[in-house]
Design a protein around this ligand. Sequence first.
Ligand code: KIV
Length: 285
Amino acid sequence: MTQKKHTVRTIQAMRDKGETITMLTAYDYPTAKQINDAGIDMILVGDSCAMVVHGHPNTLTATMDMMVLHCGSVARACDRTMVVADMPFGSFQYSIEDTMKNAARFVTEAKVDAVKFEATPNHIEKTKAIVEMGIAVVGHVGLHPQAVGALGGLTAQGKTVDTARKVVTEALALQDAGAFAIIFEAVPAELSAYVTQKLAIPTISIGGGPGCSGQLLVTPDVLGMFDAFTPSFAKKYQDFNGLMKQTFAQYRDEVKQGVFPADEHCYQMSAEVMAAIKAEFGQVA
Ligand code: KIV
């Protein structure tokens, strides 16, 4: 890909001309490199990393240090794809100053292009403050996985008048606060399509249906690498777990049977050097 790196302006231009924006999650350099080279427009370094990489039961255990480390690896792989850092639980819930400092760490230490957080109406001022610092912000409405405890599970949002109103008002408030895009997670397709029409900025669906300006999936779901929890909106394109299992079993068998390593996997030395070593240290049985 020779195309230049995406910015808030190129992402907005895609939305304006009706070109669907593509987005995937990534947490490490090699995966991000493939996503970048495949021409995916945006990467979210999601706090889902706590679950799909670190094996925790939910996203609440992601920390700033963990996220900055993963974001740096991803950002180094991307010369085209825009990289968005997900602000973990506890990094934006306290003061505006704390939120600004944590957002700044993602830009200065990890060199990401934007930050995203699960902003409720209480966090709109923080969105404004980060945008005023000059950092691009992605909003996130609908299901907030960091609220799993209060919600009692990872369930779809916006199916009742009250929760649908919440989705609409939060999206409008985020746009007013300066967010350049908004993720719609686990929201009825008709509601996301309606809000997408009302907004002037791009909407990105993860379980928000086809009416959004873009689509996002969690990469380990796409690759078939994570089966502890698969939401109904995810599509599994490959069976990497199956492939890994088969590959590791073949490696185990080849090592046990002496098939690996073969000659081509070994360094060679001259007969003279070996003879000199045996002369000095003696023969073996
Ligand atoms: O952490 C994540 O991957 C996310 C998406 C599910 C939106 O926040």
